[in-house]
Design a protein around this ligand. Structure first.
Ligand code: UDP
Length: 244
């Protein structure tokens, strides 16, 4: 298959897409919902066809979160490793869905598990992107006490992504929960510091600080909007841009 060439309308040539594990569970409240995984995969495919190089980080909260485990008496680092393993399962599910749509995809894990996926080698990951393969970074940062938001920001910096796209259930960052308050206002742009000071819930604090310190914009958009990801790559639609 020939490699897609970057569409002139594309505003970015290499991006990181961060989604939570919960985005993959559909309405069932837990685990993986294959039709939902396939729907998100087709959104990713439509951007990959624009010639945009795509990195992905998928959380693990639909299966296991370290904090929840430790709250129930489990040793924290063990619980965090279980959370990281959950992200590998999600990454494999997304790889399977993308490959089912004909999109070449590599899963790269921060914790080596050679029979399952590739280990993280930065130059190799860059090469995959240059070949227009979607690269899914699994197992977070490989360290306990971190989240996949921080992993996404770290890998986005390492891969020289131009922005992180944080796919959520709403079309941006609001001053209060738009699902509860009808007068909630959406920000077009908001600074990293305001996100931190007002606890706007874009990403966790260490991820926002890492993005701020490296001037990496975070674009918060709705993943529920069909064609939304592709539209924003072309400069259309509604979203919030977190920047300096
Ligand atoms: N995790 C970790 N280190 C990392 C990334 C993730 O220990 O670098 C663990 C942590 O226990 C976390 C779980 O993996 O709760 C799942 O990740 P996260 O909570 O970020 O998933 P999301 O909320 O995005 O679904």
């Amino acid at each position: 298959m020939s490699k897609p060439v970057l569409e002139p309308s594309a505003k970015y040539s290499r991006v990181m897409l961060k989604i939570s594990g919960e985005a993959l569970m559909g309405d069932q409240g837990f685990g993986l919902h294959p039709p939902t995984v396939q729907r998100i995969a087709s959104e990713v495919k439509s951007v990959q066809e624009m010639g945009v190089e795509i990195c992905m980080v998928i959380g693990g909260g639909n299966i296991f979160r370290g904090l929840a485990g430790s709250a129930q008496g489990m040793e924290r680092t063990t619980a965090d490793y279980m959370g990281m393993l959950a992200t590998v399962m999600n990454a494999l599910a997304m790889q399977s869905a993308l490959e089912g749509l004909g999109v070449f995809t590599r899963v790269i894990s921060a914790i080596p598990m050679d029979q399952v996926c590739e280990p993280y080698i930065r130059r190799r990951a860059v090469r995959h992107l240059e070949k227009k393969r979607v690269v899914i970074f699994a197992a977070g940062t490989g360290n306990p006490y971190f989240t996949t938001d921080t992993a996404a920001t770290l890998r986005a910096n390492e891969m020289a992504c131009q922005a992180i796209f944080k796919g959520t259930k709403v079309d941006g960052v609001y001053d209060k929960d738009p699902k509860k308050f009808t007068d909630a206002k959406r920000y077009d742009t908001v600074s990293y510091d305001e996100c931190l000071a007002k606890h706007l819930g874009v990403m966790d604090a260490s991820a926002i600080a890492l993005a701020r310190d490296n001037s990496l914009p975070i674009i918060v958009f709705s993943l529920d909007e069909p064609g939304g990801f592709r539209g924003i790559l072309r400069g259309e639609g509604t979203y919030t841009r977190v920047q300096g």
